[in-house]
Design a protein around this ligand. Structure first.
Ligand code: HSE
Length: 408
């Protein structure tokens, strides 16, 4: 029998408790051990619930119990999760976490402790919830030079953008609806400003390229500026607007960013709707692959966490190598990153078109039948730097209403 502890009995923690109970037979068979939840750590009481029997409010009960071999961390946030996880690893316990903030901020240090202690630090659920992506990157795609990882990494924003596109509603209206349905949090900042997706693409970039991508260096733009009108243009251009986290190996370096993109309907990520997530990976020999599924939610996320627990039990006394070291991944300065853009501009249309043709060689135009006061410019290939400079010039002739990147 292997004793485990679950730190945090919230949405994911209660899911982990449930999955281990509901799929007990399968979980034990796959682990080739009986998995027993000895402790659940939470500050709250849960009177009358089965969890009550194993509930503790004291982290030391877990840390000082040598019979606990695997600790599940599903509290969220950096502290006290970091202190608890580090202590558990130092005590020789393996850890499975769903906590992207923790992994993005301290992943390489915790991985190094796990190596030194011959235990494991697993984090399958930290990106894409229940979608297998961490293990595929670390175990299945190891023969490839990864050229690109691009993903719809946030269900809340994908739900909002899908509803805006399908129902012609404005951002604020749909956000309110998402909050009522429980898809968006009361304070939705981390989701709608792209911070959640930023931590996830930082983790994926670190795994793909083997060094630590600092999430604070990743250019991040959320979806709050996307309007119903942008959606109308997207429809006309046969595109979908999606919040994409993307990281690429370019000839001049590794790029990483989070931003809304207009994706052509041929792009596999353009078909991912609602709360679903998907991660597109391009390898130099494998070509294109995509991983799709539930990126959040109690049971889907718990499924990934419990799979990590099983893996930790299978590798008791052996560290599974995760190719991510505590060295800085150099991220290409934004100005040098290639970009193609959709620019929505109002004013004297004839003048805007003349200026645009000079600035953006070979650019194309789109407009909405009912609106004579506005035109959209589709640029050719630029760099972020040249785009910024040319937009400043265009601004003298036009009221620039929005700029959205195209074709991730
Ligand atoms: N807030 C996140 C999302 C939850 O909307 O995808 C999973 O990290």
């Amino acid at each position: 029998m292997i004793n485990i502890a679950i730190m945090g009995y919230g949405t994911v923690g209660s899911g982990v408790f449930e999955v281990i109970k509901r799929n007990q037979h399968i979980v034990n068979k796959k682990a080739r051990e009986e998995i027993n939840v000895k402790y659940v750590l939470d500050l709250r009481e849960f009177p009358g619930l089965p969890v009550e029997k194993v509930l503790t409010h004291n982290i030391d009960d877990i840390l000082n119990d040598d019979s606990v071999k695997v600790v599940v961390e599903v509290m969220g946030g950096v502290e006290p999760a970091y202190t608890f996880v580090k202590s558990a690893l130092l005590k020789g316990k393996s850890v499975a976490t769903s906590n992207k903030a923790l992994v993005a901020a301290h992943g390489p240090e915790l991985l190094q402790i796990a190596r030194e202690k011959n235990v494991n630090f697993f984090f399958e659920a930290s990106v894409g919830g229940g979608i297998p992506i961490i293990r595929p990157l670390n175990e299945c795609l190891t023969a490839d030079d990864i050229l690109e990882i691009s993903g719809i990494l946030n269900g809340t924003t994908n739900f909002i953008l899908t509803k805006m596109a399908k129902e012609g509603k404005e951002f604020g209206q749909v956000l309110k609806k998402a909050q009522e349905l429980g898809y968006a949090e009361k304070d939705p900042t981390a989701d709608i400003e792209g911070h959640d997706a930023c931590r996830k693409i930082a983790i994926l970039s670190s795994l793909a390229f083997g060094k630590t991508a600092n999430f604070e260096e990743i250019y991040t733009e959320g979806i709050t500026n996307i309007t119903g009108k942008d959606m109308e243009y997207a429809k006309e251009l046969e595109c979908e607007i999606k919040l994409v986290g993307t990281s690429k190996k370019l000839s001049n370096g590794i790029s990483a960013m989070v931003a809304p993109f207009m994706l052509s309907k041929n792009h596999p990520l353009s078909t991912v709707d609602g709360v679903f997530n998907a991660i597109f990976v391009k390898g130099n020999v494998l070509g294109d692959t995509m991983y799709y599924g539930s990126g959040a939610g109690s049971l889907p996320t718990a499924s990934a966490v419990v799979s990590d627990v099983i893996d930790a039990v299978r590798h008791m006394g052996e560290n599974v190598h995760i190719d991510w070291i505590d060295e800085k991944l150099e991220i290409l300065e934004l100005n040098y990153v290639p970009v193609k853009a959709f620019i929505r501009a109002g004013g004297d249309i004839k003048r805007i078109k003349t200026e645009s043709k000079v600035l953006f060689e070979g650019c194309e135009f789109a407009d909405l039948d009912y609106d004579d006061d506005e035109v959209a410019i589709i640029t050719g290939q630029e760099t972020e730097g040249s785009l910024k400079e040319k937009l400043e010039i265009l601004r003298k002739a036009a009221d620039i209403r929005n700029v959205i990147r195209m074709d991730v």
